[in-house]
Design a protein around this ligand. Structure first.
Ligand code: HGY
Ligand code: MN
Ligand code: MN
Length: 409
């Protein structure tokens, strides 16, 4: 790679700050749930950035936004990407960093008057978070052929709005077929979202893979009754059952190595202080770096629910929201990330990703690699999510160096 090739750190940080203004929350974070008006504004901003840069901007039928820099030869492209949708308590860097840094990499090449051998592109994938529509990594899952566009468009949020209707409403039901741009390789810059890098004194992460993930939605049906007059023994209380299930899942994390469990959604109907609930809808987010114990954890939960249902007369039904196996990344590309870090004299260590990423889906199509920068305080999915300008520039330079080398190999 031309040794003096660098990103413009000031431009990158100011673009990130611009995007962070869209859907900004009073706590200093961002809230751009997929396919909402805030997401549309973020999309419009990104398309504008890509157009000013002179990229060939395309939108596919699930709303993935693709900016293409034409190479000297036809053929599969070196793709960088991530997402600009956020969770409800989102920060300014989760996803946005990978997309804005990908645009910055292409801007740095333009500034240097360089044209790569292969096409290069940056993609903002639709609904990576899975916070409003399921599963997560949604747009890249469709791009990689894991889910049909038709099925994806039928997904609805908990208020009944469908992906298809929302895509049309915000004007991102694009003409291209997902996956239209063939991938030579995929590179993603992302914040670590955990405490490891910071606790080891900083430095970067060369991601070796992503842990397995299982999202379940449970619907518990009991019998609504008066909270003041119904004797305890006569109650069929799905609220109590939901609490027992949450505790059971949490106890599993103490006996199954590396097991994680979270119940992020608990919706109670009718939700009145003096009514023993009729129905509870809850979710479980189960993860493990190894598929076997993850399956054991899920089986244990299902068995526990069956026993609880029989004993307490609560009807419990399950719906899969997301199910992706542990995904190892391709060795050669991980080594390329490490080579770039060495070039810049930056410390880097191998690690798996606790969070899901679009790279997990793109690995079905091509070799993928990710580079992590430290998250201060290990915080993410939190308005206080923070990474320093210095780490942001370091991560983006590694993305530039690796992408440029791979695009000309
Ligand atoms: O849930 C995840 O791991 C990612 O933030 N979508
Ligand atoms: Mn993310
Ligand atoms: Mn996230």
């Amino acid at each position: 790679m031309s040794t003096n090739l660098r990103i413009d750190g000031g431009r990158l940080s100011s673009r990130l700050a611009e995007l962070a203004q869209i859907g900004a929350t009073p706590e200093g974070g961002c809230r751009r749930l997929a396919l909402t008006d805030e997401d549309r504004q973020g999309r419009d901003w990104l398309v504008g950035q890509m157009q000013v840069l002179g990229l060939d901007v395309r939108v596919d039928s699930i709303g993935n936004i693709v900016g293409i820099l034409k190479g000297q030869q036809d053929g599969p492209a070196v793709i960088m990407g991530s997402h600009i949708d956020t969770v409800g308590t989102g920060g300014r860097f989760d996803g946005a960093l990978g997309v804005v840094a990908g645009v910055e990499v292409l801007a740095a090449l333009r500034d240097a008057g360089l044209t790569p051998k292969r096409d290069m592109a940056v993609i903002a994938f639709t609904n990576e978070e899975g916070a409003r529509f399921h599963p997560d990594m949604f747009g890249s899952y469709v791009w990689a052929g894991g889910m049909s566009v038709e099925d994806a468009k039928r997904e609805v949020d908990h208020e009944g709005a469908s992906v298809g209707a929302e895509l049309k409403r915000i004007g991102y039901d694009g003409p291209e077929q997902p996956g239209f741009l063939k991938a030579h390789s995929y590179l993603e810059l992302h914040i670590e979202q955990g405490p490891i890098l910071e606790s080891e004194g900083g430095g970067l992460g060369a991601v070796t893979g992503i842990q397995g993930i299982c999202w379940l939605e449970l619907t518990l049906k009991g019998r609504p009754s008066h909270a003041g007059t119904t004797p305890m023994a006569y109650r069929k209380d799905p609220g109590l059952a939901a609490a027992r299930i949450n505790i059971f899942a949490n106890e599993l994390t103490k006996t199954i190595p590396y097991q994680l469990a979270n119940s992020g959604v608990i919706r109670v109907q009718p939700g009145n202080v003096n009514v023993v609930p009729e129905t509870v809808v809850m979710t479980l987010d189960l993860r493990n770096p190894h598929d076997q114990p993850l399956a054991e954890a899920e089986d244990a939960v299902r068995r526990f629910c069956a026993e609880l249902s029989a004993r307490d007369g609560i009807e419990i039904s399950f719906r899969d929201l997301a199910r992706f196996p542990a995904t190892p990344f391709a060795e050669p590309l991980i080594a390329e990330i490490e080579k770039s870090a060495a070039e810049f004299g930056l410390p880097i260590r191998r690690m798996i990703s606790g969070a899901g990423h679009d790279a997990q889906m793109m690995s079905r199509l091509c070799p993928v690699a990710m580079v992590f920068i430290p998250s201060i305080g290990g915080l993410s999915h939190n308005p206080a999510e923070f990474s320093t300008d210095e780490d942001i520039a370091a991560g983006a330079n590694i993305l530039l160096s690796t992408a440029w080398r791979v695009a000309n190999a």
